[in-house]
Design a protein around this ligand. Structure first.
Ligand code: NAP
Ligand code: HSE
Length: 428
């Protein structure tokens, strides 16, 4: 029987897992698609590098065009990462009628519309399940499982590295720098971990999820991003004391077709299921108008979990080949993008202030909130053991972020406020 031939671009962490699964699960894959799937050629940068798997040197190449130009190859699996030359290889593969499976969130978040348009023009498939939340089939869930619903909110812990760091800081009191090194050694972090810790990796994933959930083209620049590099031990201790866990959350919301997407360190109530997602695990909470609350949990990175999603995409492409429906299954965004303004974005905030410890200060502080119509849920003042200032911990009710900015700008000018130590979103 004629095998389905695959060209693999990349044999690093994910590529190695793809070879292991395709070769190790041949029987199960055959049973599902009715053809053998064969990895014909593999692109690497260094041909001589030692690999964690046995692979015949004749199957390796350091020339991508050996795969892109090979008419025998049906499907290109891209797990090399980066934007260029990767984008060129993908577009040229589609041009030659090859289907594409990719794990590349950077590429899909930045150039997804161009790649999907080329695929549509050529009648080819592009699947990218592994690009968000590694081993969790969240893209398929949004595209298929929730196709009947109107998604109102997607909240995700979609970066394993930062969740690993925050969990270790919270549970073991570990220092930020130490834990980041551990995450890098375990292969969770990106080559340049700045994109993990500054929230960019999560922002790319949230742009992909929001596009699928809300059917509008959400670009990376539409995501308001703040990472975890400024989160310190004190913030985590205070969060716990108030009944929250600090998490880097991506939050995409839709209200009357007005959309907002943010990534920011967030104090999540311990009663919310996202608060219990620890270590390198990811989770995506989806609220649908009809279904209500749902949550999807699993490993967000790593060789085998990520490869599981890549090979599931491969199976989907082969099934489409058998049915003759390639290039027809993906729905393009069909709604106009309308982003919320700062006035329309409303949520709860936690604010930690250091203030002069004297009569009337609390009254002055609360008057500022009143002036800008930000309602308060709780206010706690406590002496500070380290210096003569007092600490005021405030949690607001959900309020407009434009007003919240005015409050903070006012505090900058107020003599009794020594410093605004921290401001975080509160959820749950
Ligand atoms: P990786 O370990 O760095 O592997 C990259 C592979 O691509 C290597 O085999 C490398 O060759 C090859 N390569 C890179 N640039 C090349 C070039 N210009 N020409 C030829 N070969 C090239 O990366 P990874 O962690 O597997 O990640 C791959 C993709 O999956 C990325 O898009 C990443 O964002 C995504 N992803 C990764 C994870 C994860 O847990 N790691 C999870 C989800 C998604 P050599 O081996 O010869 O250096
Ligand atoms: N660096 C990413 C993470 C890998 O930590 O989640 C998976 O995309």
């Amino acid at each position: 029987m004629k095998p389905i031939k695959v060209g693999l671009l990349g044999l690093g962490t994910v590529g190695t897992g793809v070879v292991r699964i395709v070769e190790g699960h041949q029987d199960d894959l055959f049973g599902q698609v009715g053809s053998p799937i064969r990895i014909e050629k593999v692109l690497v940068k260094e041909l001589e590098k030692a690999r964690g798997i046995a692979i015949h040197p004749e199957r390796l190449t350091d020339n991508a065009w050996d795969i892109v130009n090979d008419p025998e190859i049906d499907i290109v699996v891209e797990v090399m990462g980066g934007i260029e030359p990767t984008k060129q290889y993908i577009l040229e593969s589609l041009e030659r009628g090859k289907h594409v499976v990719t794990a590349n969130k950077d590429l899909m978040a930045l150039h997804g519309p161009e790649i999907l348009a080329k695929a549509r023009e050529k009648g080819c498939d592009v699947y990218y399940e592994a690009s968000v939340a590694g081993g969790i089939p969240i893209i398929r869930t949004l595209m298929e499982g929730f196709s009947s619903d109107r998604i109102k909110k997607i909240m995700g812990i979609v970066n394993g590295t930062t969740n690993y760091i925050l969990t270790k800081m919270s549970q073991e009191g570990a220092a930020y720098d130490e834990v980041l090194k551990e995450a890098q050694a375990l292969g969770y972090a990106e080559a340049d971990p700045t994109s993990d810790v500054e929230g960019l990796d999560a922002a790319r994933k949230m742009a992909i999820l929001a596009t699928l959930g809300f059917h509008a083209n959400i670009a990376l620049e539409d995501v308001d991003v703040r990472g975890i590099s400024q989160v310190n031990k004190e913030d985590i201790t205070y969060a716990k004391r108030l009944g929250y866990e600090m998490k880097l959350l991506g939050i995409a919301e839709r209200q009357d077709d007005q959309i907002s997407v943010v990534v920011q360190p967030t104090m999540v109530s311990k009663s919310h299921p996202l608060a219990a997602v620890n270590g390198v695990y990811n989770a995506v909470y989806v609220y649908g108008e009809a279904v209500g609350e749902t949550m999807f949990y699993g490993p967000g990175a790593g060789e085998m979990p990520t490869a599981t999603s890549v090979v599931a995409d491969l199976v989907a492409v082969v099934k489409n080949i058998k049915l003759g429906v390639n290039g027809q299954t993906a729905l393009m965004p069909f709604k106009e993008k309308k982003l919320k303004t700062e006035e329309q974005i409303a949520y709860k905030n936690y604010i930690l202030l250091h203030v002069e410890d004297k009569a009337g200060v609390l009254a002055q502080i609360t008057q500022v909130f009143a002036k800008f119509e930000v309602s308060l849920e709780s206010v706690v003042q406590q002496p500070n053991a380290q210096n003569p200032d007092a600490e005021i911990i405030i949690v607001t009710h959900a309020g407009s972020q434009a007003n919240m900015k005015k409050v903070l700008a006012h505090f900058e000018q107020l003599d009794v406020v020594k410093s605004i130590k921290s401001v975080y979103r509160v959820e749950g």
